[in-house]
Design a protein around this ligand. Structure first.
Ligand SMILES: [Zn+2]
Length: 260
């Protein structure tokens, strides 16, 4: 029996992270890592609201458990510091090396009048999901600048990481967030600032929030578009309904969409 179990040496796999530009060695997740995560994921998918923070924390724990230390004995990156695009790629990779690559997703025809004669409901199709077909949309920028009353204001930015998502999880759970929540979210992308020749480093978080609260929308829009253009994976498939011939687009463009 022992010789049989010896076949099962710990598996090691390599993945290159596009945004961080580093290669990681990882292992598949085990039953202990995965139980809490799968329960939270199915709960989240069923409700679509609430539970986002718990789910992100479970994903953080799972990733940290699966990253193998390098030759210096250290893990090259902490889950919290992963860019959200790298986070998506890594989570899908871990799922694939653990469960196998085949995933199929069910999509319902978007035409509300569509009726499948067998089910009396809109037609449902099954599409294979292959992560290699997903592309990165958006571009990382280190800073943004605008002119404010004749002076150049530069905001040195922070990337959109798993940490940013955990820190702002409440935002994803409320339908109409108030401005305070939005300003806190935006402030988490501000590293430091310069105005003309003056550089403002080590700004307390509450001062960043206050700064954004006072900034008028015509200037704040520069930060808003920075956040919108932060890289994210997009996966799209067009399909034609065989019942009503409507053209449907199946799309994944939110982080949790990918974990099917
Ligand atoms: Zn249809």
């Amino acid at each position: 029996m022992s010789s049989l179990l010896n076949i099962l040496q710990p598996e090691r796999h390599h993945i290159k992270l596009e945004i961080a530009g580093i290669e990681l060695t990882v292992r598949p997740y085990n039953h202990g890592d995965t139980k809490a995560f799968l329960e939270l994921l199915s709960d989240y998918k069923a409700k679509k609201k609430g539970g986002e923070k718990k789910l992100l924390l479970a994903q953080e724990e799972l990733i940290n458990a699966c990253i193998i230390p390098d030759e210096t004995g250290r893990k090259p990156i902490k889950a919290r510091d992963l860019h959200r695009a790298d986070f998506v790629a890594l989570m899908v990779f871990l799922k694939n090396i653990t469960h196998g690559e085949e995933s199929h997703i069910r999509f319902q025809c978007s035409n509300k009048k569509c009726e499948n004669p067998e089910t009396k409901n809109p037609y449902i199709t099954t599409i294979p999901f292959v992560f290699d077909d997903a592309v990165i949309k958006g571009e990382r920028k280190e800073k943004i600048s605008f002119d404010y009353m004749g002076k150049e204001v530069t905001i040195f930015t922070k990337p959109y990481t798993l940490g940013t998502m955990i820190q702002n999880a409440e935002l994803f759970d409320i339908d109409i967030p108030d401005m305070e929540v939005i300003h806190k979210f935006q402030a988490s992308f501000v590293d430091y600032l310069s105005v003309g020749d003056e550089v403002y480093e080590d700004i307390p978080f509450k001062d960043k929030v206050e700064f954004l609260t006072k900034l008028t929308p015509k200037y704040k829009k520069f930060l808003v578009s920075y956040i919108e253009e932060e890289p994210i994976y997009i996966w799209e498939k067009e399909w034609k309904c065989p019942i009503c011939e409507a053209i449907n687009i199946a799309i994944f463009d939110k982080v949790q969409d990918f974990f099917v």
